[in-house]
Design a protein around this ligand. Structure first.
Ligand code: UT7
Length: 344
């Protein structure tokens, strides 16, 4: 546990890293075994390909790899950490928590670790949670990971879901700082009335797996895409506007929106409603599909790689997903972060 340090109440992002499996599946690959087409997938979703885990990849190993890269950039040893938070809906096992496997694989001996299951907004929830520990003055170094090996939970015969998702992991390190930066405001929401719209029916305690559930293909994720689409198109701009307002900013103050990468049409509708020009909106759904809790940290890393995030920039991360749930956070980058360019 880190020591209390006066005024070190801001969680500066000092490291980031992503891991995506090497194997890539194109839309044409799907058209070879289900009734779909590249044209339909691109037009309705913007997705062109997605990365799919190899047999040797696990949720824990992908998370660990992203975590190692983030720690290395932050210049921290795993044992410098006070806490590891892993957001995922596709852990190696229902028990034990995958965060402990990640802690062990990192060599972060005895460091506290927990797993958060908040579907696609999981990473934003985890980032906000990490921020709270630092703001309270009780911790200094926290690793936050969003990871998903969701393709092993898909029904590869169901075109409504099979083509939409991909695997991967992304991570950030938050370090206590006295500079005003990190999570400046946030919104967390859920509406459990919509719990059936994205559901993995069998596998939990409500419906343990039996030969019957297997035969009915209830061991796979089911989704009412149309309902989720309507909910997301409404909630994303609302959540952005609310977080920006809470930060005492206006939408003009934002340098970049990093939305959950589920569907290009949802992102474009949200950007339009929030009146944000396309150069202020990051999109990589065409390359990865929907990687659920990993989508925002992967997009964050890629935005940095593309030179679209600078020192001092104000970002808004926003996500929606199963639950139904949503979250947004205005995040300000530090003014001296190594690895980030100055805004010219
Ligand atoms: O992270 C949160 C997770 N979920 C989401 O973000 C999903 C949000 N929803 C969506 O992205 C969209 O609703 C989808 C991409 C899932 C579907 O697009 P849509 O424009 O809402 O299509 P639809 O559900 O209204 O379906 C239109 C038609 C249907 O055929 P009929 O009933 O009109 O004959 C579907 O069966 O498209 C059919 N369809 C497909 N056709 C070819 C559904 N999936 C496919 C497919 N290929 N892969």
């Amino acid at each position: 546990m880190g020591q209390n340090t006066k005024n070190m109440h801001y969680g500066k992002i000092t490291g980031w890293g992503k891991y995506v499996p090497e194997k890539v599946m194109s839309n044409e690959d799907f058209a070879a075994f289900i009734d779909t087409s590249d044209e339909w997938i691109v037009q309705r979703t913007g997705i062109r390909r997605r990365h799919v885990a190899a047999e040797t990849d696990q949720c824990s190993t992908m998370a660990t790899e992203a975590g190692k890269r983030a720690l290395s950039l932050a210049g921290l040893a795993p044992t410098d950490l006070d806490l590891i938070i892993v957001a995922t809906s596709s852990p190696d096992y229902l028990t034990p928590p995958v965060s402990s496997q990640v802690q062990a694989q990192l060599g972060a001996h005895n460091v506290g670790a927990f797993t958060m299951s908040v579907a696609c907004p999981g990473f934003v929830y985890a980032l906000i949670t990490a921020h709270q520990f630092i703001a309270a003055g009780s911790m200094r170094n926290i690793l936050v990971i969003g990871v998903e090996l969701i393709t092993r939970m898909l029904d590869w015969e169901d075109r409504n879901t099979a083509v939409l998702f991909g695997d991967g992991a992304g991570a950030v390190v938050l370090q206590a700082s006295d500079e005003v930066c990190g999570v400046r405001s946030f919104v967390m929401g859920s509406d459990g009335e919509g719990y059936q719209h994205i559901i993995h029916p069998s596998g939990g305690t409500a419906c343990p797996p039996t030969t019957e559930t297997l035969a009915n293909r209830e061991g796979y994720i089911k989704m009412n895409g149309r309902e989720v689409f309507k909910f997301a198109s409404r909630k994303m701009p609302e959540a952005v506007a609310a977080a920006v307002h809470k930060a005492g900013m206006t939408l003009d103050d934002l340098d970049l929106l990093i939305p959950h990468q589920a569907n290009a049409r949802i992102i474009e509708a949200a950007a339009h409603m929030a009146k944000l020009p396309s150069e202020k909106v990051f999109m990589n759904v065409h390359e990865y599909g929907n990687t659920s809790a990993a989508s925002i940290p992967i997009a964050f890393c890629e935005a940095i790689e593309a030179g679209r995030i600078h020192r001092g920039d104000k970002l808004c991360m926003v996500a929606f997903g199963a639950g139904l749930t949503w979250a947004s956070a205005v995040v300000q980058m530090g003014s001296d972060v190594a690895g980030l360019p100055e805004r010219s």
